[in-house]
Design a protein around this ligand. Sequence first.
Ligand code: F6R
Length: 615
Amino acid sequence: MCGIVGYIGNRDAYPIVLNGLKRLEYRGYDSAGIALYDGTKIQLCKTKGKVADLEEKFSRQMATKCKIGIGHTRWATHGVPNDINSHPHYSNSGDLVIIHNGIIENYASIKKELINRGYTFYSDTDTEVLVNLIEDIKINQKVKLGQAVQIALNEVVGAYAIALFDKNKPDEIVVAKLGSPLAIGIGEDEFFVASDATPFIEFTKNAIYLEDEEMAIIRLGKDVNIRKVKDDSSVAPYIQKLKLNLEQIEKGGYDYFMLKEIYEQPSVIKDTYRGRLLADKGIIKLGGLENHIEKFTNADRIIIVACGTSWHAGLVAEYIFEDWARIPVEVEYASEFRYRNPVITDKDIIIAISQSGETADTLAAIKLAKEKGAFVYGICNVVGSTISRATDSGTYTHAGPEIGVASTKAFTTQITVLTMIALKLAKVKGTISQSNYRLHLRELELIPSNVEMALQKNNDIEEIAKLFKDATNFLYLGRGYNFPVALEGALKLKEISYIHAEGYPAAEMKHGPIALIDEQMPIVVIAVNSNHYDKVVSNIQEIKSRKGKIIAVVTEGDTVVKELADYIMEVPNTPETLSPLVTTIPLQLLSYHIALMLGRNVDQPRNLAKAVTVE
Ligand code: F6R
């Protein structure tokens, strides 16, 4: 969480840094700040609130053209969101200015020592401790800034992506990373620094992604000097060509990124299987999988680790992998897995799913699994992200940037990848009939048009949203493949509308949640064509006899549930195995409309951030 951005070059740093912060705001948005340096005077402005509040506050100050600028958008960890705790932070002398994404875990003991040495602290942050530690080392050990940063980072425990400059060095920015992401954009005679490449995409397509425990001294007119934090050894820069374009990170006429991303699903699902799914030839080709097929087919089990929506995609995968490929699957919250001393052997395969590729718990789960000898396969969206680099192999979802904090297209593209993997393994193992395999290839190819049709029901869903926007609780029920969709539907609603919602397997209702049902309670039931259809109908009857309000997701042409439900949201017919890819669409739209009607900030719901880089 938190977004950092920096610039050094001959343009005016202010608009570049400010615009960069707007693009990174999805990473945290409880406060924002900026520091600019023109070689004589530092101008620093920070505020509780959003980047727009910072812009307003700063426009009241006089900004001169500056060669150096750093900015920060915050998701608070140490210290409440207020002006003082916002970044950037000065060192006591006022010479050093820092921005930081991460957590310094041993900050309290360092702070105590620095206080004993006469340092004063104005904020509650761990970051102010770090910048003063760097200053203390620089002064007392009489070393240059880069070396002071390096020595300090060897003393701290935790995670960081930092950028800082020194008033006495108007041509230099120093950056470093451990755990949190940091990209350096290489322009002609100018450099950019950011948590991801979006702040500099219109200026350069050349980027270096720092690895953990690397730092870089970026000097105008010089090459980027990358060094290992541990031993100061030099690292040859690896410059990547970015494929990202500006259009992908703009709203493209939609009011919110979330809505844009919901509507992108037909095209991004196609992007996910393009060149990989050759239905007419009966082939699935997944680069990352081809060389490791035997590992998968000989595996004792697959353990899927993920968080949030990605964990829900993992639950869908559990059904399809076990059904088709007959490989036992366990799906684990990465945050629990990493701390419970799990039994893992080298016959296990770990699949780590992460849109951002930066989730701290998922990353830690991967490290643990690797230590125990397991083979780790990643399913990430963000190309070059930490998780994609930490895994042994993997498949990108190719969903394009997901900027709305609530995951939508990430979920459906993750399921698309997982479906292709399961089909491929089942084919190789011979656990799926040829006709079923072929049928699913063809049906998967039809999913984009089915999603398109599901999206066409948007107006009906908006009408339903109007009726239920004031409900204080929702239940979401589904069975089999659609049980994880019920969980996902409930998560979407609570995170963007702040209405309490719970997802349950429909049959579990009788074991507790049924007590909640009365005439005020909306219950969203996924009741599409499936092997469990009759059982879901019985569950609906049980709700009806207790006067609950039933909103059912049904297959087009359904008559039975239509009779029983109060409202229906129709989706096209698909095989049950692929149905999560379409049943999730009305649930995304329902949450979106309810949140919008309640006046919520759909793209930036309170307390959340897009990339959860702290545990
Ligand atoms: C929900 C949501 C979160 C993420 C979770 C994992 O809409 O966005 O629950 O799914 O934080 O993030 P990734 O997939 O980036 O690891």
